[in-house]
Design a protein around this ligand. Structure first.
Ligand SMILES: Nc1ncnc2c1ncn2[C@@H]1O[C@H](COP(=O)(O)OP(=O)(O)O)[C@@H](O)[C@H]1O
Ligand SMILES: O=C(COP(=O)(O)O)[C@@H](O)CO
Length: 581
């Protein structure tokens, strides 16, 4: 249960305001998140972390001297957008390049990856390091698929200390990867979390039972048991982590290890200390040297009850970074020489994109595209709850609100640029950026890619004909498959997009007018979306809950089918006899 909130939709934005007001000596707000409010050494690497909100102190609480330089902050449990990340990275950049580091989640991977490309295109050197410490989320053979949980803390700390010490971007990235390779976590949960305004927990665990290996958004673990005594839980943690030592680490007297016992949201510090008492005994029984352990909350799962243990196996370089002083709102150690505050004026602002000139025909098309977007917004709002319910069966239940945020952002931007005389291509490209920016998450990134592809194909010159529209949809399909890496059969929106695009191209090639060709393709899409109910998910948040999702269609497939059906209706209404947009 969340007791204190105003509008649930404003929760993520309002918490940033309050967090910054309470920590102004260390952080300041920029579009997309926060950066340090103190001056960093010119020429040093900026470490930019980030992810969804709801995991405090990850990510904003870990920004400050000796820790990260900035944090991109998404909505609750949804990755920030590439635009947010770029804004934060620009503001944090000290001239030495940017390291982007975050937990391994599909939406984060897509948005941070795009942000990295954009920063490089602007001439800012950039590297990406994903954190994959959760040993229960995938086997050793698939170690790259593991989730990032409280290992975020150790990896961010090492990267940040290396940046503070003046290492080059390549060295900082190499140390961060090394820290990740030597960090392992194992967690348990006793109850689900309930997001602001929700009446039900996002997921639940039977009273008196414990989920072993559960993720920080309710992703399933590897097994369940009765809730044990504190000492037994400590033994479960230590046994699991000692059974999977990273390459190059030996369990021998004197081996040095950093230990982090992490509360996942609503377990008391006193309970954590009782558990840590036994964790420390067990590690010492193995004659391991525990270096500067941490007990507290570092990466939470909103108000989920649970805890995790993280071990980072140290060598000299990692130990030096782990022990270095830090002064962030939620993580302090040693004493830093307090840096000078930045002037308010020293903050880079996001720049507005100019509207390129467009032909009259393309401006008229832009008005029709705007009307179509308007209709899509109505349909998505009407179906948001149902899309959320479908997503909650095996995902995190936020598909409806994510799509709603995205389409409303896209519509507002489209209205704005249409009023400034944008052509259809520019209108769609700017709507695409706004969609990705406001929605965040996996589908936000992918809809951004799709609309950009269509907008680029339409351009701002001629009135788009059926061939051009079909080509744009084909490019959207290829773009989504390139970025998301899903194939038909993986139970994603790709299972609708591929038959939809193929059917549209075939009908256009046969000479059908656009409204008719689109209508045929939309019917194919509807059938394909329903058929995803029989598939097992292989991508995204739904993957670990594969069996549970049998019988339910994929949420992203259903929303795509709804959208193309709406476009079909609008095309018929807008142009009873026409053949173009
Ligand atoms: N790799 C991928 N490629 C294409 N579509 C994907 C991929 N991963 C997930 N999806 C789609 O995204 C939908 C989930 O979107 P959403 O709930 O907004 O994202 P998140 O899982 O980040 O919260 C899924 O139902 C699926 O259709
Ligand atoms: O949920 C998060 C990002 O995951 P998505 O892939 O966008 O669902 C976030 O809370 C962790 O950064």
């Amino acid at each position: 249960m969340t007791y204190l909130y105003n509008q649930p939709s404003a929760f993520a934005a309002e918490l940033i305001e309050g967090f910054v007001a309470a920590n102004a000596d260390k952080v300041r707000q920029v579009p997309g998140g926060v950066v340090r409010s103190t001056r960093s050494q010119p020429g040093t690497v900026a470490v930019v972390v980030g992810g969804g909100s709801g995991h405090y102190p990850a990510f904003a609480g870990l920004v400050g001297q000796g820790m990260a330089h900035g944090a991109a902050m998404g909505n609750l449990f949804a990755s920030p957008s590439a635009q947010q990340i770029v804004n934060v990275a620009r503001a944090a950049h000290n001239g030495g390049g940017v390291l982007l580091t975050f937990g391994n989640y599909a939406g984060d991977v897509l948005h941070f990856g795009q942000a990295c490309e954009r920063l490089r295109a602007e001439g800012i050197a950039c590297e990406v390091v994903t954190v994959t410490d959760d040993i229960s989320s995938a086997s050793l053979e698939e170690i790259e698929k593991r989730r990032g949980v409280a290992g975020d803390l150790t990896v961010f700390k090492v990267a940040s200390a290396a940046a503070e010490a003046g290492h080059s971007l390549a060295q900082v990235a190499a140390l961060a990867r090394h820290a990740n390779q030597r960090t392992r976590s194992f967690g348990v949960a006793f109850s689900g979390c309930t997001l602001p305004g929700a009446t039900q927990p996002l997921f639940s665990i039977d009273a008196g039972r414990m989920a072993l290996g559960m993720g920080i958004h309710g992703e399933p673990g590897i097994s369940e048991s009765d809730v044990p005594r504190a000492d037994v839980l400590a033994e479960i943690f230590v046994d699991n982590l000692l059974s999977e030592l990273p390459a190059g680490v030996k369990l021998q007297p004197g081996t040095r290890v950093a230990a982090v016992l992490n509360g996942l949201g609503s377990v008391k510090y006193e309970e954590l200390f009782v558990v840590y008492r036994r964790v420390a005994q067990l590690l010492r029984e193995q004659q391991l040297e525990i270096v500067e352990p941490e007990v507290g909350e570092f990466v939470t799962s909103f108000n989920m009850a649970g805890a995790s243990l993280t071990l980072m196996w140290l060598d000299e370089a990692l130990e030096q970074c782990w022990r270095a002083p830090a002064n962030a709102p939620a993580f302090r150690k040693g004493s830093v020489i307090v840096a000078e505050p930045l002037e308010a004026s020293e903050c880079q602002q996001a720049t507005q994109n100019a509207i390129p000139a467009a032909s009259v025909a393309s401006q008229q098309s832009a008005q029709r595209v705007l009307a179509i977007l308007d209709a899509i917004a109505v349909v998505i709002q009407r179906n948001a709850e149902q899309l959320g319910r479908i997503d909650a069966v095996a995902g995190d239940g936020d598909h409806g609100i994510g799509m709603e945020r995205g389409v409303l952002g896209a519509l507002a931007q489209a209205r704005d640029v249409a009023a400034q005389g944008a052509g259809a291509g520019t209108l769609l490209c700017q709507a695409a950026d706004a969609w990705a920016d406001k929605a965040g998450g996996t589908s936000g990134a992918l809809w951004g890619v799709a609309l950009t592809a269509i907008g680029t194909a339409l351009g701002d010159e001629s009135k788009p004909d059926a061939q051009r529209v079909a080509e744009g949809v084909k490019q959207a399909k290829e773009g989504i498959m390139h970025f998301g890496k899903a194939q038909p059969g993986d139970k994603t929106m790709v299972d609708v997009l591929v038959p939809f695009s193929d059917s549209l191209s075939a009908a256009v090639a046969r000479g059908e007018a656009l409204p008719d060709a689109w209508q045929l393709a939309a019917e194919t899409a509807q059938a394909a979306a329903q058929a995803t109910a029989q598939l097992l998910p292989k991508m995204g948040r739904a993957r670990p809950l594969a069996e549970k999702s049998l019988g339910t269609p994929d949420a992203g497939a259903v929303s795509l089918a709804l959208i193309v059906a709406t476009v079909a209706e609008r095309l018929r209404a807008l142009q009873p006899q026409g053949a173009s947009v």
